[in-house]
Design a binder for this molecule. Structure first.
Ligand code: SAH
Length: 386
């Protein structure tokens, strides 16, 4: 029997479905700031967590239990003590403080841990409890609004940090825009020569997928609900990418990179139209690898720690690798296409923050498919990741 209450439901949807949702509306957040007292009686209500989902431990539990994610960071840091020894480290979005504590364990001279969520109250307690009070300074606030790192001059003559660590990646890599926060920190605080960013590279990939069962369940379901035609909702559902686990056996095309970023060198504003790090446009070509039915495209990403010793460490959210909480992002097409091996899919993907809410991404996919049974099929789909 489920004992979930309505408030619990709000919590669940805000903390688990919205990995990167934070401070939904600035004004409303001010009105609902969580106050945590020293007796650890948490006074936060579901409303508070809605506007600051990272304040709730549930979202951190999910991230910490994502062992692919957390172990990759742990290995990158603890297997590279030579990089961290006596260095100044900045943890952008420290959450529970886990990455800061790895850095302190690896011998960092000092770590600055910043987070804008009320979870920092807990991070501070955790860091004390584990004996890192002297080596980690915890700060609450948006990285963009942080004007100084206390006592930085006593650790570093040039007033800079040597290493930035951050777990900034959202669904579809760019959802909820934390990449710009890391680049902001880089431009403000990272040493200009030989600075280290963990991870320093990220690439997004695209491929075609057979996913009839889930498409029927999540999209076509609306065409006949207890005998009623609810297809107006089908139209909405079709235009929202779905974050879901895809089995590698469902991949029926080759895979192509559509976006990549080098955090050490990229600029924050690349061009006039694509003037935001979360915008990109990419032409791509996919070749189908077997006879099957094409229901949509999926995207996943990989991050690389190229500055580690010896071999680059890779964190992959590919369906060919282990599960991560990022899963994959599925874009269903309007039609089901009967494709054969070696059919040709040519397309353009265009991604931009929504003009009315820059946390949401507007993603347009245009496709032209030619193959054994398909003659110049053309489609253009608009999606909104929100
Ligand atoms: N580093 C932690 C948490 C990662 S989740 C871990 O690896 O487990 C990302 C964190 O970044 C969240 O706690 C969120 O509150 C914080 N965050 C997001 N945007 C931020 C910003 N602009 N300034 C400071 N913190 C931010």
């Amino acid at each position: 029997m489920s004992t979930t209450t309505k408030d619990d439901m709000t919590l669940l949807s805000s903390s688990h479905n919205k990995r990167r949702r934070n401070e939904k509306e600035g004004d409303e957040k001010t009105a609902t700031t969580v106050t945590t007292n020293n007796n650890t009686n948490d006074t936060g209500t579901s409303r508070d967590y809605y506007f600051d989902s990272y304040a709730h431990h549930g979202i951190h539990e999910e991230m910490l239990k994502d062992t692919v994610r957390t172990e990759t960071y742990k290995n990158a840091i603890l297997n590279n003590k030579h990089l961290f020894r006596d260095k100044i480290v900045l943890d952008v979005g420290c959450g529970t403080g886990i990455l800061s504590m790895f850095a302190a364990q690896a011998g960092a001279k000092h770590v600055y841990a910043i987070d804008c969520s009320d979870i920092v109250t807990k991070a501070k307690e955790i860091i004390s409890l584990n004996g890192y009070d002297d080596s980690i300074t915890v700060m609450k606030g948006k990285v963009e609004d942080t004007t100084e790192l206390p006592n930085l001059k006593t650790f570093s003559t040039d007033n800079k940090v040597d290493i930035i660590i951050s777990e900034w990646m959202g669904y579809f890599l760019l959802y909820e825009s934390m990449l710009d926060t890391v680049l902001h920190a880089r431009d403000k605080w990272l040493v200009p020569q030989n600075g280290i960013i963990f991870p320093d590279k990220a690439t997004m990939y695209l491929c075609g997928v057979e996913d009839g069962m889930v498409k029927r369940d999540r999209i076509d379901f609306w065409s006949n609900v207890y005998g009623f035609d609810m297809s107006p909702i089908r139209d909405v559902a079709l235009h929202e990418p779905i974050v879901d686990v895809i089995d590698s056996k469902q991949i029926i095309t080759d895979t192509v990179p559509i976006f990549s970023v080098d955090l050490l060198t990229c600029s924050r504003a690349s061009s006039k139209e694509y003037n935001n790090v979360n915008s990109f446009q990419s032409n791509f070509q996919l070749v189908t690898t077997r006879d099957d039915f094409l229901h949509g495209l999926i995207s996943y990403f990989e991050c690389e720690f190229t500055q580690v010793h010896a071999q680059t460490l890779r964190l992959s959210t590919s369906p060919f690798c282990h599960y991560t909480h990022w899963k994959q992002t599925v874009f269903y097409l309007q039609d089901v296409l009967t494709i054969c091996e070696n059919d040709d899919i040519v397309g353009v993907i265009d991604c931009k923050p929504n003009p009315n809410n820059d946390r949401d991404l507007d993603i347009q996919i245009q496709l032209v498919i030619n193959g054994k049974f398909i003659n110049n099929y053309q489609t253009q789909m608009m999606y909104r990741l929100r």
